[in-house]
Design a protein around this ligand. Structure first.
Ligand SMILES: [Zn+2]
Length: 751
């Protein structure tokens, strides 16, 4: 019987001893659930820190990335025999029992760093039984990890107050420093907090935490960790504790990033380096805010903007609303991702298809009343200015955004052609079939997002190569190892380089859009920029999207509750905001001209018929064509006697050096419109001509439609009153020896 008991006891002891060598399960030591997720801009500026599932801020660092002073200070403060015990410290327990007996209640826990770490991992209730299990686990921990690894776990898990878990988060929070670069004084300060993070909170009881810091510095001296000189210096070092602040930058963009990952995926990440350029983002946010304020009396409460890098497809800036925190105007709605009707903003893609199919920029399209039968009844497209403009060239129709020609062109292509083209260009929001939208698709009856529009326009800047936009540069896993898990950006050809060049040429043609937008519209920029506006039905949405070779910018203004604005067009609504963003971008990267594309030809055409310019046409203009599509026939619609050319009236005299004498303004093919509001007498056009230095002249004569205009004092410019009609302008220079004539310039003035 006795032997049995002895055997049993021995067996039990053996089992117990063996149990001490059971390793602590690996997943218990896994940092994942603790980590907060840091969202960074492209230069690693912190945009937002998403707290861990346990509500904390934590960034795991390696033992080597913690300052040696902090390690020593922690040992001095918490467990001076750390390197000598195997998980539990008997002298410490003895001392604790003695202290507790003396005072009659528990004053000292006598926990080693290993025990504290166990408590941190297992979350026990505190009683005698749990103390025993804790000690047992602490010994197992010592048998599982090296002393260095135990310290790494401890320093990364322990709470330093104010939701900061781990020394890196604490160093960042209180000193805006990394754990590696802490001074000795700062190390002692932080090492003191975990004892009681709520009482020793630097933000509410700084004197207490400083008092404890001084105590720890003295203990470090007692332990021989510091010499007297260092001790003195650290005792007197001024601590620069930074005020508590939570970073909440680029809010819509950060939400957009977070929405791409499940919470399970997020747990495995420590940080995401995004494509956002925070310095640009701040400027765009400010511009959006200021412009919405300026548009207040037009019934506008919100705006959104996106900036895309054309080369990489990276989203540099995303501003979802005027103010994320404006609750009454739905500030948290991200307008760049909201479904909205794009108005005319899809027209370039309709014309792009037409150009692919062999139409040309000189094609004459009929802008006259037309009717389509649809399931909802007769559909009669109308122009924005409520007028019809007769036969117009494709260039003018697109640049002036006339509706009827766009519908006519789409009708000839078939509406499904545009539908599939748009799908190919990433407009995933078009959720219905092509039959649902019909020809109205080109006028924007389908709902799309600003981000989709910007992505699609960017392909025009990329010579027809569509590139999926991206928002992420790098993802770091829980060990801070870069893990680029971003799938490759999709890319494919959507238009030929020639077609995109022609579209870009039209959209950046400031003169071509004058009939609709006037001379100095907000769309005129001092550098090449292709741009298109859009306004949805009843003035609910207002868009401006455009690009330079480097950037594509998209802007929307309107109201999230779809309240109509007060008579706002793309030019007055978001045009100025678009222009300011483009100019901000141009300050950083000087804008160049769009790259010329090989294999296009230039042909002089009659600006009115779009055919090859004939001798009797009212001048000519140069248009670009894909070889094979250029007009082959000469214009025959202009009779012999219509225009009398000045040179012909002076038969026998020779013209030469015509190229040197140039009419700079107006330009050939320009169309002007008489403003119905301004007084007619004030509406004048100033012709401007130039000639090389030393060009011989005695007299200058401006000829319009074969008639000489009265002479002026300013020979190289001439002010002419606008009146409706077609005009051919020529400048004639007479000197003693010869008569020189400029190329004629033909313009059209609309009523
Ligand atoms: Zn002609």
């Amino acid at each position: 019987m006795k032997r049995k008991i002895i055997f049993c006891s021995l067996g039990f002891c053996l089992l117990f001893i063996l149990s001490l060598y059971l390793p602590i399960p690996k997943q218990k030591l896994n940092p994942a659930p603790l980590l907060s997720l840091r969202i960074l801009d492209r230069e690693n500026i912190l945009l937002r820190e998403v707290l861990s599932d346990e509500g904390g801020r934590c960034r795991w660092v390696k033992f080597e990335e913690v300052s040696a002073g902090l390690v020593k200070a922690t040992i001095a403060a918490e467990d001076r025999r750390f390197f000598r015990h195997r998980g539990i410290s008997f002298p410490a327990i003895a001392r604790a029992i003695l202290q507790n007996l003396k005072s009659g209640h528990i004053v000292s826990g006598a926990s080693t760093i290993s025990q504290q770490l166990i408590r941190n991992i297992y979350f026990f209730r505190r009683n005698i039984f749990s103390k025993t299990v804790e000690a047992w686990l602490a010994i197992r921990l010592e048998n599982t990890l090296s002393k260095k690894d135990i310290l790494e776990q401890y320093l990364n898990r322990i709470c330093y107050g104010n939701q900061a878990y781990g020394i890196e988060a604490a160093a960042q929070l209180y000193f805006d420093k990394s754990a590696e670069s802490l001074s000795l004084a700062e190390s002692a300060f932080l090492a003191g907090i975990p004892r009681s993070p709520s009482i020793l909170n630097p933000y509410s009881a700084l004197h207490l935490s400083v008092h404890r810091q001084q105590l720890i510095l003295h203990q470090m001296y007692d332990l021989g960790f510091v010499d007297p000189v260092k001790l003195n210096r650290s005792l007197n070092e001024e601590l620069k504790i930074i005020p508590h602040s939570t970073k909440f930058r680029a809010p819509h963009f950060c939400d957009f990033i977070l929405s791409r990952y499940s919470s399970k995926e997020r747990q495995k990440m420590s940080s995401i380096q995004t494509t956002c350029d925070y310095s640009l983002q701040r400027k765009v946010e400010m511009l959006v805010k200021n412009h919405v304020r300026a548009l207040k009396d037009k019934g506008i409460t919100n705006a959104s903007a996106v900036v895309l890098d054309n080369f990489s497809g990276e989203i540099l800036s995303m501003v979802g609303s005027k103010d994320f925190f404006a609750s009454q105007d739905d500030g948290q709605v991200n307008g760049t991702l909201s479904l909205r009707q794009p108005g005319s903003a899809l027209k370039p893609f309709t014309y792009g298809l037409a150009l692919e199919k062999g139409m040309t920029a000189a094609e004459i399209i009929d802008d006259s009343p037309v009717q389509y039968s649809t399931p909802e009844g007769a559909y009669r497209p109308r122009n924005y200015d409520k007028k019809f403009h007769g036969p117009v060239r494709l260039r003018t129709a697109l640049a002036c955004s006339y509706n009827v020609p766009a519908v006519r062109v789409l009708e000839s292509l078939g509406p499904e052609a545009l539908y599939y083209q748009l799908k190919d260009m990433g407009f995933n929001s078009l959720s219905q079939g092509p039959g649902y939208y019909g020809v109205g698709l080109t006028l924007g009856n389908g709902e799309v997002t600003l981000l989709e529009l910007v992505q699609a326009y960017s392909s025009l800047a990329r010579a027809g190569e569509w590139l999926e936009s991206t928002a992420i540069l790098q993802v770091y896993d829980s060990e801070n190892t870069p893990k680029f898990n971003q799938r490759l950006q999709k890319t494919h050809k959507v238009f030929s380089a020639q077609v995109t060049y022609i579209l870009t040429n039209i959209l950046s043609d400031q003169d071509a859009r004058i009939p609709s937008f006037g001379y100095n519209s907000s769309l005129s920029l001092p550098f090449p920029c292709a741009v298109k506006t859009g306004t949805s039905k009843d003035f609910r949405d207002n868009w401006t999207i455009g690009y330079t070779p480097n950037y594509t910018v998209g802007v929307w203004v309107g109201n999230f509750d779809s309240q109509p604005m007060l008579n706002v067009s793309g030019v007055t609504g978001c045009g100025p905001l678009f222009r300011d963003i483009m100019q901000t971008l141009a300050k950083n990267t000087p804008s160049q001209d769009f790259d010329k594309i090989e294999g296009l030809i230039e042909v002089d055409i009659c600006p009115l018929s779009g055919l090859l310019a004939g001798k009797n046409c009212p001048g000519y203009m140069t248009e670009i064509f894909i070889p094979g599509t250029e007009p082959k026939t000469k214009c025959s619609s202009h009779g012999q006697d219509q225009i009398q050319h000045p040179s012909e009236s002076k038969a026998g005299q020779k013209d030469f050096q015509t190229m040197d004498l140039i009419i700079e303004f107006p330009r050939n093919g320009d169309i002007f419109k008489i403003d119905p509001i301004l007084r007619h007498g004030y509406q004048k056009l100033r012709f401007i001509a130039s000639a090389p230095e030393g060009f011989p002249f005695d007299k200058l004569e401006w000829w319009i439609n074969g008639k000489k205009e009265p002479e002026t004092d300013t020979p190289f410019s001439y002010s002419w009153k606008l009146q409706p009609g077609l005009y051919t302008i020529t400048l004639l220079v007479r000197s003693e020896s010869r008569v020189t004539k400029s190329h004629p310039v033909s313009i059209r003035v609309l009523e």
